[in-house]
Design a protein. Sequence first.
Length: 384
Amino acid sequence: MERFLQTIILLGAMQGFIVSCLLFFSRRLRMPNRLLALLIFLLTLASFCLYGSYIGWFDSKWLNFLSNLIPLIVVMPVGPLLYFYVRSFLEPEFKIGRKEWMQFLPVIVDLGSPLMAWLFVAGVWTGLLKNDPRPWGIAIDTYNVYSDIPRWISLAFYTVLTLRYLAAGKQKNPAGFRWLQQVATVFGVFLCIWFVYLVPYVIPRYTGWMLDNLDWYPLYIPITLLIYWLGIKGYLVSWQQQVTEKKQDAALLPEPVVDAAIGLLKNTMEQDRLFLNTELTLQMVARHTGLAAKTISAVLNQHLQINFNEFVNRYRVALFKEKLLADDAAQLTFAGMAYDCGFNSPATFQRVFKQTTGMSPSEFRKNNTGSHAAYNSNRDLSSI
């Protein structure tokens, strides 16, 4: 029976590696698929590591040594990846910015054991510590048991956050919405299974009994099934979504609708100046104008031949040019002016400005010095 269960885990890990690669390099739904690929890969890596321990890969002195130095069980990012996958699926303009990257910092929990191992190796190598791995091994084993608590809490938090996000956005993308609800629900079920296993596992008197009698099968068989389902269904859904989007793109909007939408979008930027908001998103513009997000994307892509970010950034670049050629520009830094124009980071500003103008801000100022009186920024704005 154990051999059969181990084979299931191995096959799930093999499929997980294959599907995560297919999703990551797929041209369909690039951002959602890459996030899902990373999520599946982390689950797969943990399963593959467990299978390796079953068949004796880590019985070798050197492989066992390396396995303690390299983090093979990385769980903390799974929760954020789940939440960002759902958001990116429903929000075409979703990007992982600084705030989103900060949510991956708790991965330090997964790095605790390797960090202790590296500390021990460095201490022995420098002569600061005795070459006695026993207390360090006990400390690492104890840490590995209790680190599952913050891992469970993290996944529970983001699963609840995902369910709440979906509950607040039922009107979005009904075709993919059911799939996302299923994903969040399945993770909720998995959390319940994990909780039932986790409670006795973290109690010292039951830890050994759990591993001796049940091993990791009650937890990793559900993970294997999750890998199978996420991989196959996720890949099929991304393909179906692309077909749906192509059909929607084929149905061009009526000309009066297009003209009205363009007028609203330009008014939103030129009069209301929403582009000054560094956190501006497609959904925010949709709420402000009353237009559907899909309508905005269709108008920009089909009739202006630009995407939402390009549309907004052109206004930001035009305002930056105006500020750069003003009389008091020498007293301001490029970064300060970029923030005032709506850019959320100097790196993004530099990249967008170079793409839009073909030159750096310094080159632009040098080439236009002395001509700012004749420069008309409104012309740049109205020509978008």
